[in-house]
Design a protein around this ligand. Sequence first.
Ligand SMILES: *Cc1c(COP(=O)(O)O)cnc(C)c1O
Length: 389
Amino acid sequence: MPIAEPSKRLGGMPPYMFAQLEQRIAEKKAAGIDVISLGIGDPDRATYPYIVEAMQNAVADPATHQYPSNRGGTVFREAFASFYDTRFGVAIDAETEVIPAIGAKECIYNVCFAFMDPGDVALASDPGYPVYTGGPILANGVPEVMPLVPELGFAPDLEAIPAETAAKAKLMFVNYPNNPTGAVVPEGFFERVIEFAREHEVLVVHDNAYSETTYDGYVAPSFLATPGAKEVGVEVFSLSKGYNMTGWRCAAILGNADAIREYWRLKTNIDSGLFDAVQLAGAAALLGPPEPLREQNEIYLRRRDLVVGALREIGVDVTAPKGTIYVWAPVPEGHTSTSFVELVLEEAAVVISPGSMYGPSGEGFFRISLTTPDDRIEEAVARMREHLA
Ligand SMILES: *Cc1c(COP(=O)(O)O)cnc(C)c1O
């Protein structure tokens, strides 16, 4: 007997385009071929020991075992306020301008439900994190993509947004350092975003997943450090990538107090907050020593240079990213994203991501993630040199 029909909103989600690629990977593995995956962006290294220790202590205390509050505990909120002050020079009111999120993914998705009615538009960076378009679709809204223009440093051209689209827009999703392009925020871009948001009454959501993962002396700013940002926007800060905590589901939303209150009001109907022990460990992470992060960024830097060097040897025109855990590059002449990804899989048994997976403007590019142990990256790079040069 068939089950009930799934909802129209679920049916409206784009089909999963890479089932075929996954099938090929599975077949190769089943045939005993040693496939190296440089596809997914999930740190391979352990959470830093001082954070694990803070978690062990926190979870041993029965006071953390009950329902947390959706507003978050004082320790968590004050740790974020202190971190934003010392790290970004941004003043955050721990009472009203920060609350926990169960990861940035949950936060971005639920912000759509807090602000979008049917037909409302969300402006989404393209290529971009898939929830910038999937969230609005599930909320019965309309995602409108803003192509990231390589000539503009992978920023969208805000003047190219049609007036009717801008008039219907409630939300705008931006993200620097950027996944998947590895770009850092171009000079003056946040200022232009704030101006646009004021003019069109749009809530800006800056997705900050990579500010602590940067290279070559580059220090990433918070969006909230731009004058006027707090009047029009929020920043979602995730501990997942910088602190190797993807499995912990620990993030916060900071900035505009009214926006944060609406998100909180929605969440009181949906989930029951972030585990208090995770909040305490997250607070410890933010207030911890700088060495583990520095050491980790040196490891990624070495991997970045390995990958960039090998790509240049096989004739790919690639720019070394100043931030994130990704190398983004155009596919060679005559290829589409998918055909090049298939070629690399066939010839080198290495999995890379097709740029088209991150939106229409990702077509013609591919992404390599640096979150694979050094020896495997070295092996992957050697195979690409050998089979693709
Ligand atoms: C990884 C990633 C996220 C997910 O963060 P979580 O806190 O683990 O949900 C969000 N945005 C971007 C751009 C990412 O790359």
